[in-house]
Design a protein. Sequence first.
Lengths: 494, 463
Amino acid sequence: MLRKIRITLAIIAFVAITLLFLDFTGTIHTWFGWLADIQFLPALMALNFVVIIALIVLTLVMGRVYCSIICPLGVMQDIVSWFSSRRKKKKARFKYTKNKVLLRAIFLFLFGLGLCSGFTALVSIIAPYSAYGRIASSLFAPLWQWGNNLLAFMAQRADSYAFYEVDVWFKSLPVIIVAAVTFVTLIVLAWRSGRTWCNTICPVGTVLGMLSKYSLFRPVIDTTKCNGCTLCSRKCKASCIDAKNHNIDYSRCVACMDCIDNCSQGAISYRLKPHKSVKGTTEPTDKARRTFIATSAIVGSSLIANAQHKKVDGGLAVIQDKKIPNRATPIVPAGAMSIKHLSECCTTCQLCISACPNQVLRPSDDLMRLMQPEMSYERGYCRPECTRCSDVCPTDAIRPITVEDKSSTQIGRAVWIKENCVVLTDNVSCGNCARRCPSGAIIMVALDREKPDGPQIPAIDTEKCIGCGACENLCPARPFSAIYVEGNQVHHTI
Amino acid sequence: MSKIELSRREFLKKLGIGSAATAAALAGCKTDEMKRATSSTSPSSSEGMTYRTNQSTGDKVSILGYGCMRWPKLETPAPDGNVIDQDAVNTLIDYAIEHGVNLFDTSPVYMQGWSEKATGIALKRHPRDKFYVSTKLSNMHNYSREASLEMYRQSFADLQVDYIDYYLLHAIGGGSGMELLKQRYFDNGVLDFLIEERKAGRIRNLGFSYHGDIKVFDYMLSIHDKVKWDFVLIQMNYLDWQHAKQTNTANTDAEYLYGELTKLNIPVMIMEPLLGGRLAKVPDHIAKQFKQREPQNSIASWAFRFCGTYPNVLTVLSGMTYMEHLQDNISTYSPLKPLTDEELQFLHHTADMMMDYPTIPCTDCKYCMPCPYGIDIPAIFWHYNKCINEDNIIDDNSHDRYRQARRAFLVGYNRSVPKLRQANHCIGCGKCLSSCPQRIDIPKQLHRIDDYVESLKLQGPSK
């Protein structure tokens, strides 16, 4: 019974969290967005004490049910392991192993050290929720979107607006590589021996394991009923039941309740067990605020003025793709407050990137901010009515922000590149940047002060510019825009 | 980039082939079932096409003329750059000739310059005395004598003919009006040359097609004594009859143009009888009025009957891309049933009502294309007009249907026009302005549509 409840809840949570990463319409988030907020590491980064205390209490009372129900990476491994055990003669393929204390300690120590010293992005590679986020967003989401596009294709033919096509685009090689390697590693580990990852590498597993040792409720073997068949041990995916000695290693038990249902003698039950140890001060060490200042290399920005090659094919002019300008400072979303804040708090789960409807956010390639979100405007711009990334972020790396606050937050400012401007290169009148600037920061002025009616060029009122990138995205100059946004190290209100 | 666009066309094309196949299948049915199984759009071959006689040459011209500006397109252009689906053109032309259509009107610049070749290939498969071919001196951009004569001679080669039945000075009245007219045809002696060609028999009828500045039209008629125009091609339909000037003050009502030509006894050829399809796809409640009167007949048939009702009309050109349009138009004109006075009144009344709809008077002629910045101008206007006709332009977010209309507009917009070719990328350089025969202020309209899109996006799906 307990096992069935666990499986039901786990499936619901797993599907819902996966959908958070797949759904591009933003509807799932309204209902299940909280599932991202109750993930352990994101809550820790967000200093969401309510969630952290609730998770600690949950673990101290019920054991590591977090790992069996809430953690999507754990549930994913259970699914793989379940398929593995459907094979003939593999129904009871596990055996008890020793607790690898040293290995667990080393991984936890390195992870804590990374967080404290600002290498959040790098160490987040092994953070469970983030790892799952990367897998879902870079491996599952494209399949989902292609499926959607097929439906959109059919809807279009039926003259229905129920589905619309979305662009499936390649965002970042590092993320795909990391996601693919993690995914394959997990499948191999889970296929062979269940929860190996969770009980050796996973830092959240280790921290919760330290707590679950003292949990109130736990599976207990009744030695009077046990006939020594060792089935429980052979079916324990955490390899934590030493059936011979009737011992269970509670630091590794993920409270899946499989052993209870599997025992033909009814010798194992989930019950209260009083013990002497003082509950306590096992607060994780990685809470200290970081002092490390991430200094990103300042690369001199020089934009190459590319001549316009407007091939005319008669029907439609060929449109060159835009190229990313060489930004000296990256742009991060309003709500992130500063590049430093984002890089310290973001666990690279990719949720904001999956949620961005404007194709603006993508994972960074910079080593210090690897896989953390950054913005670029060659596919779209940061629409004034949208606050999706700040709504979904579970770690508060991008803090919730209102549309009004966003419209007065300067995340960067526009820079004009004279050499690219079509007013000069094509000798036409333009002003599309000024026309579409949502904050009215671009003023069209005469190129030559002596000729007020002559060619008009854009001038940027930096005091009004919020760095949304409408100008950069809608600039007709290609592949490099004649106006582009340079990021701000620290955001400020205009 | 144009995948979405193509797929829509592709779909319609398949639909066309499908219905053609159905028609063919139906034609094979036993006679008993014929009556029940034949749809009203299938031509009633028993009656036959209506013909009009051209006084100057005695030509018996079918009242339905085939406009070769909108041939079916290939999904992707062929290696040599050809954009036209030749097989489809052959099928359409064969069908048209078989059902009595005998005038084919093209131009060296239609279909990105491939129309004459494709039309020539298809017509070559029929005896030369079975059809009249019409083409134009489209020297809008390079009007030197050499380039103009070169264009004239190339038409013979591309159409594979040694005489041209109807030859036109193309789209006069545009641009700078009189000045451009003089430059294109008078200063370089090209008109005199063409008159000589007519004497030599290589041109059987000489005329001009007209859009725009009325001074040019009046001037051309004033020299009729000297030149003797055999025919004139004008834009005429029940909307432009009395409302052309209302649409744009620079325009002239077709009633005046037709009247002046009739006074001089010059046969009139008609273009844009449907306004590029805008008179086939009308606002829903207007469509209902048409259907109330003639439930079996298409809405387009009214526009064709309108043009045919005027006796001085020689032929009505229609650019038919799809077989079902061809069949429908043949059906309308086999034979023509002229409108009664009451029906004419009804159409004038309908035209008044249509003027209340702020559709953009684009006829999808694509003369504005290519936009150097890649904007798909006709596709944007097409989508906007479609939404107006379907009552999906709703700016007020407290409106009951706001949410539904917003979705139809925005989702449909992305389907009809690739994102990079949408109105927000129009920089307003104005290069398209001089080429629009309908004199639409294209950048202004594009920016107006873009402002609407922006307001929908900013307001979001609901209050």
